[in-house]
Design a protein around this ligand. Structure first.
Ligand code: NAP
Length: 340
């Protein structure tokens, strides 16, 4: 843990960002969170105050799609956590709605960080920038990059293009300017919410708990706890050897049926049964014709696409919680916050 300093966190209203901010405040750092809508500030401060001391938290306005406000937001900051990027539950019809804010926002953040004399930027990328467009395997590493084609979907394409643009920006800096970059590439993030406006990534657990799905597709996904993702961001900010690395941040692969069985066993007895029936693939493909959120999973039915986080564990001594604890904590927090 480094000396307390000033850190800017972009997208301070987001699910992951709130955990990163809480962790930074706990360590005594001064945090300047950026928001595109400053009216969200009070709600966020109140949510964070339920778990940490918030007197060192301030807000500044930036939008990924506008040049305004970035220099003021990053002034005096030693580090930037660039976390903001659009993460919709389903891909939009026009892929530029994701690609432009993701890529241009990353370049705006890096440009402003350079002008402000920031030492290091930690940027949230994704495994969506790692393993998409390739034959399915269970051992993707940081050496892998998703293929830049529309077939991988607008979200994965936006994360791949944004991360490549960020590394190209760093490589193109003139010799008299220095800025370090680390990217953290999480798999699907679950775990407790600090604010009820959660990310699209907790939709799987929410839909099971709300019984909005008839059962489980033969689909699985790699998962990671939001608290462990935040810890990785904070460790990457100061670890001497981390600069210049991308780090896959993923705990383990789970089939939907495993998640549903756990939720049903733990929450069913208190009147919250969860559908555990396994759905045939033809039924899932049929629903996907009408539902774009289901369409995203069809290519991966029955496939185990998984990622190797050993570099993060080795270099940053990254430790993870058991995934059962994370799934349970997601459901408990959805109940506590009145979301389900
Ligand atoms: P989230 O809760 O939806 O947060 C997204 C954040 O980005 C919000 O603060 C949002 O602001 C901000 N944002 C979106 N468009 C913006 C724009 N045009 N200008 C300024 N801010 C904008 O999602 P999250 O799960 O915390 O994700 C955060 C980051 O992690 C993203 O980069 C995402 O790609 C990455 N990631 C997430 C997961 C996951 O499973 N959750 C996995 C891998 C990577 P508003 O509140 O104003 O909309």
């Amino acid at each position: 843990m480094g000396e307390p300093t000033r850190v800017a966190v972009t997208g301070a209203s987001g699910y992951i960002a709130l955990h990163v901010i809480a962790g930074l405040l706990d360590q005594g750092h001064e945090v300047r969170g950026t928001l595109r809508d400053m009216a969200r500030g009070d709600q966020i401060r109140t949510a964070l105050a339920r778990q940490t001391e918030v007197s060192k938290l301030s807000f500044a306005q930036t939008d990924l799609t506008s040049d305004d406000g970035w220099d003021e937001a990053f002034a005096g900051c030693q580090y930037v956590q660039h976390i903001a990027s659009p993460l919709p539950a389903a891909d939009p019809k026009n892929h530029d709605e994701l690609i432009i804010p993701a890529r241009d926002g990353a370049l705006r953040a890096l440009g402003a960080a350079t002008r402000a004399g920031v030492e290091r930027v930690v940027m949230t990328s994704s495994v969506a920038a790692v393993g998409q467009g390739h034959e399915v395997r269970d051992n993707f590493t940081e050496n892998d990059w998703s293929i830049e084609t529309l077939e991988i979907g607008a979200y994965a394409l936006s994360k791949t293009i944004a991360e490549r643009a960020a590394w190209d920006f760093i490589a193109g800096l003139p010799d008299d300017q220095s800025l370090e970059l680390v990217t953290i590439n999480p798999s699907l993030v679950v775990g407790p919410l600090i604010d009820p406006d959660g990310s699209a990534s907790i939709e799987i657990v929410r839909k099971f708990m709300a019984r909005e799905v008839p059962g489980c597709p033969r689909f699985g996904i790699s998962l990671v706890d939001v608290r462990d993702v935040a810890a990785a961001h904070i460790a990457a900010m100061t670890a001497p050897g981390a600069a210049g690395h991308r780090y896959i941040c993923s705990t383990e692969f789970r089939w939907m049926s495993q998640i549903a069985e756990q939720l049903n066993t733990e929450f069913g007895p208190s009147g919250r049964p969860v559908p555990t029936r396994v759905l045939p693939n033809f039924a899932v493909r049929l629903v996907a014709l009408f539902d774009p959120t289901v369409r995203r999973i069809v290519p991966d039915l029955e496939q185990q696409r998984d990622y190797d986080s050993s570099a993060l564990r080795r270099d940053l001594n990254w430790q993870t919680r058991p995934m059962d604890e994370s799934v349970r904590a997601t459901a408990e927090s959805l109940i506590e916050l009145g979301v389900v």
